[in-house]
Each structure stands twice: as structure tokens, then as C-alpha cells.
Ligand binder design. Structure first.
Ligand code: NAD
Length: 495
């Protein structure tokens, strides 16, 4: 059985910890590899490599950094199929979703290629007589990324292109559930000309994360994952004096007003709720139907569900794959049981769908008449279960969203520009869609939620990413008038 290694200081390194974790093919349920889990010494080795590479990389010109980023971007495009295949094999999502996530990641590499422009500082001439002030942005040092299973290629790309472009060195601790993708990425970085030690991958679990948080040589931590872990990473990293941004879980609502184009809203709900089997932090998990929208919306979604082809992600006909593990599939299915017990209507029960393979499948499921006291509403389900909540007014719909502890993404479907504008003004969430169900910002903006969906004051990627991975230095300089020098520079003297 293949054992997945670390990538430290420009080379693959086998773990010697003796601890491994199984990696499944979620479509078949088979264990396809083991991943070696780092012990403290292995994490220390990765951080030491990043620390040693820092002075050289920091001193590398912006032009050269940009050149390496362009080369890396081209290699990722060239190897997209290889990365997508590894991603689908370990995560289960359909190949087109894997390719889509890599493409959204590439946007961030392209953004970072513009680092000479992004790092431009500011300059104030003659703030006082003969005195100028300017601000420069310098790297923070060795930075770490800790990432979730659901976007194993894209979420790390939210972090390392900007971090590396800014002159930092990077240690990535990917999810142990689908670890292979980032070893391909590491190989491509080296092929692109990145010096050894600038990008390192340390495979591991909680042990590795705790060491990263404790290590005095790690200056900053970017985390993306579930809310309880995000909260604890934020607290520990901050207590240890590190810069930290920690993005957490979500419960994303989509309001459908009675004037919405209902067929389009139903199509949007299907792709946003069931795409990637609902394992997206921007998945729509609750559709809030206002007034007469309720019956029409439920009918239109119910009619579309049998058209969603669920199967092995490697089959081009599949539109939705399995969930990440059997345990997670059973947990998600449990919300159909608890939903029914607590008074919801099970309109479509994905447990009734039959599959040829023994993987961790659950069909798209629809719960109607959900209320805010039900477990299916209170918890982040992170699977293909869409809840419908019916309310009478727009105000009730917005209040419901604003009362929810999360605040990642949200959307409104309406033909009324005034209603949409009011929604963008008053809804409490970090990313808002207007007739767009999954409003993931393009790389020129930044990604992040509010409330329990993000801890720390900086969102991820885009300009906020550059801000997070740099610290400013303000220089106040005074140069005497050249004529006052004792050495004759050829200027007329002032006297
Ligand atoms: P997770 O929180 O279980 O794991 C995330 C990372 O933390 C992994 O690398 C994991 O190894 C590590 N980890 C897990 N338990 C830990 C512990 N006790 N101590 C230290 N480290 C630990 O998340 P997941 O199940 O991999 O991913 C799904 C979650 O991520 C969902 O909640 C989803 O909403 C969230 N997510 C959020 C965003 C966002 O941008 N806000 C994006 C993607 C995923």
C-alpha cells in the first residue's frame, strides 16, 4: 500500500512516526493509501527548512518571484488533469468539480503574479522641511496553512500564492483525508524554480497542528475548517503571539421572494445545495421561501432532484459524488431522521436512492417546513440535505439569517432591484449573492464570512491576503541639503 509522504526542503520525506491514517476512495469505500502522520520532530524539520529558506527568498527580486509564479501557474494548468484525478480519487467529487476547484485556485496564483504592483507602498514627500516618509511592506516570516478536506487544491491556493509572493516561506498541513494533491503541487513548485524550503507540506493531524501553533518560528497561521477548530486555533495562535486568520463553518441561506424567476431559483438551489454533495462551505443549506414562493419552489426543486446523476466521480456522467467518509454520510443521513421526528416534511429522502458502488453515497434530499429549533437547522450538515423554511415576509427572512450564529455566504433571488439593494445593506454575512447562489469572490477581492464563520480581522486571499502576509514598516528620512556636505559634490554651496 502506498504511504503518502511529506515534502520538506525540496524533497519527499517518509514519515517515521509510525502513525498513519487510511485514505479512502469514497466512491468504493476502499482504502487506497495510508498517509504518514507527522510527529513533532517532522513538523520541526519542515519549519526549520522554511526558516532556513527565508533570508534567500526574502531577498529574491519581485521580478524573479513573479517569474516563478507565472511558471508555477503554467505548470498547474498543464497538470490540471493529474491533480483533478488525485483529488477525485481521494475526495470523491466529480472530475468536473475537481477541475473547477483547481481553476478557481489558479485565479489566486494569477493574482499573486502581480506582486510587483501589489507590494507598492506609499510615499509622502516633504512632510516637514527636508523630511520624507514612506511605507514598505515586508514579509512576516515563516507562515503556516492548515486546510480542510473539502477543497484540497483550492483552499491552500487561497493562501500560499500570496504568502510566497510576499516573500514568506510556507508550511502547509493539509487534511489527512485527501493529502495527495498538495504533494503534486509541491513537485510543480520545484519544477517552476522555487528554491527548496520555500514551500513545504507536512502531512498530519492534530499533533502536527498543535506543534505548528506552539512553534516559536511560525509567525502567522491561516486556517480554514470547522468552527470549533477555527475558534480554538484562533485563540491558541493569538495567545502564542502569532498573526492568525481562521475561517470556520457555515449555514448559508438563500432567500426566494415571490417575484423571483422560480425556475432559475430552483436550478440555482439544486446546484448550490447538491454540488460537491453539499460539502462546500458556500453550499446553500437553507432556502427561505417568502409567502407564495414556498409551494412553487418546493415543487420545482422536487421535480429536478431525480435529474441529478449521483455516482462515481470519475464517471463523466456523474454530477454528484459520494461523501468523504461512511461516518460522515451516516451523520448527514441522521438529519433526515431527526428532521422527520422534529416535525419537518421529508419531501425527498436520499437514503432511498440505490447505487452500484459500495461507497459513501447519499442521494440529494429535501426537507420542507423546517423550523429554527430543529437539529437540521441548528447544525452545519455539510451534506446533500436542503432545508426549506417558509416565512410570510422579507423582514422575517432577513431576521432569520441575522439571528443565525454563522455568516459566511447568503443569496437573494428576486426581480426587484430595490429589494436586492436593501438585502445587501442589511444582511449580516461576509459574501452576498444577488440572483447568484454561491457568491465566492473572484481573486481580486477577498473571501471570508462574519460572526462564527471567521475569526481574526483579515479575510483570505486578494488584497486582504497581501495585507495578512506582510507587515508594514514606515521610514522617516531626513537628508541634509546636498550643498551642506563637506565633500564637494559639485553643487553650489548654500552659504
Ligand atoms: P476540520 O475542522 O475537521 O479540519 C480542518 C483542519 O484542521 C484539517 O487539516 C484537520 O486535520 C485539522 N484538525 C481537525 N481536528 C483538529 C483538532 N482537534 N485540532 C487541531 N487540528 C484539527 O474541517 P474539515 O472537516 O476538514 O472541513 C469541513 C469544514 O470546513 C466545514 O465546517 C466547512 O464549512 C469548513 N470550511 C470552511 C471554509 C471557509 O472558507 N469558511 C472553506 C472550506 C471549508
Amino acid at each position: 500500500m502506498n504511504t503518502i509522504e511529506h515534502y520538506i526542503d525540496g524533497a519527499f520525506v517518509a514519515s517515521t512516526s509510525g502513525n498513519t491514517s487510511p485514505v479512502f476512495n469514497p466512491a468504493t469505500g476502499d482504502v487506497i493509501a495510508e498517509v504518514g502522520l507527522a510527529n513533532i520532530d517532522e513538523v520541526d524539520a519542515a519549519i526549520a527548512a522554511a526558516k532556513a529558506a527565508l533570508p534567500g527568498w526574502r531577498a529574491t527580486s519581485l521580478a524573479r518571484r513573479s517569474e516563478i509564479l507565472f511558471a508555477f501557474r503554467n505548470l498547474v494548468i498543464e497538470h490540471k488533469d493529474e491533480i483533478a484525478a488525485a483529488l477525485t480519487a481521494e475526495h470523491g467529487k466529480v472530475l468536473s468539480d475537481s477541475a473547477g476547484e483547481i481553476q478557481r485556485g489558479i485565479e489566486n496564483i494569477e493574482f499573486a503574479c502581480g506582486i510587483p504592483e501589489l507590494l507598492k507602498g506609499s510615499f509622502s514627500e516633504q512632510v516637514s522641511t527636508g523630511i520624507d516618509v514612506f511605507e514598505i511592506r515586508q514579509p512576516v516570516g515563516v507562515v503556516a496553512g492548515i486546510t480542510p478536506f473539502n477543497f484540497p487544491a483550492m483552499v491552500p491556493m487561497w493562501m500560499y500564492p500570496n504568502a510566497i509572493a510576499c516573500g514568506n516561506t510556507f508550511v502547509l498541513k493539509p487534511s489527512e483525508k485527501d493529502p495527495s494533491v498538495n504533494n503534486i503541487v509541491a513537485r510543480l513548485w520545484t519544477e517552476a524554480g522555487l528554491p527548496a524550503g520555500v514551500f513545504n507540506v507536512v502531512q498530519g493531524d492534530r499533533v502536527a497542528v498543535e506543534r505548528i501553533l506552539d512553534h516559536p518560528d511560525v509567525a502567522a497561521v491561516s486556517f480554514v475548517g470547522s468552527t470549533p477548530i477555527a475558534k480554538s486555533i484562533y485563540a491558541t495562535a493569538a495567545a502564542n503571539g502569532k498573526r492568525v486568520q481562521a475561517l470556520g463553518g457555515a449555514k448559508n441561506h438563500m432567500i426566494v421572494l415571490p417575484d423571483a424567476e422560480m425556475e432559475g431559483a430552483a436550478d440555482a438551489a439544486i446546484s448550490a445545495a447538491y454540488g460537491s454533495a453539499g460539502e462546500r462551505c458556500m453550499a446553500i443549506s437553507v432556502a427561505v421561501a417568502v409567502g407564495s414562493a414556498g409551494d412553487a419552489l418546493v415543487k420545482a426543486i422536487e421535480e429536478r432532484i431525480p435529474g441529478v446523476t449521483v455516482g462515481d466521480g470519475t464517471n463523466p456522467a456523474s454530477e454528484m459524488g459520494p461523501l468523504i467518509t461512511g461516518e460522515h454520510r451516516d451523520k448527514v443521513a441522521g438529519y433526515l431522521t431527526s428532521g422527520a421526528e422534529q416535525g419537518a416534511t421529508v419531501v425527498v429522502d436520499g437514503r432511498n436512492m440505490e447505487f452500484d458502488l459500495n461507497g459513501f453515497f447519499l442521494g440529494p434530499s429535501l426537507l420542507d417546513n423546517v423550523t429554527t429549533d430543529m437539529d437540521a437547522y441548528k447544525d452545519e450538515i455539510f451534506g446533500p440535505v436542503l432545508s426549506i423554511i417558509r416565512v410570510d415576509t422579507y423582514e422575517e427572512a432577513v431576521q432569520l439569517i441575522n439571528d443565525n450564529p454563522y455568516g459566511n455566504g447568503t443569496a437573494i433571488f428576486t426581480r426587484d432591484g430595490g429589494a436586492a439593494r436593501r438585502f445587501q445593506f442589511e444582511v449580516e454575512a461576509g459574501m452576498v449573492g444577488i440572483n447568484v447562489p454561491v457568491p465566492v469572490p473572484v481573486a481580486a477581492y477577498s473571501f471570508g464570512g462574519w460572526n462564527s464563520s471567521a475569526f481574526g480581522d483579515t479575510h483570505i486571499y486578494g488584497k486582504e491576503g497581501v495585507h495578512f502576509y506582510t507587515r508594514t514598516k514606515v521610514v522617516t528620512s531626513r537628508w541634509p541639503d546636498p550643498g551642506t556636505s563637506n565633500i564637494d559634490l559639485g553643487f553650489p554651496t548654500n552659504t
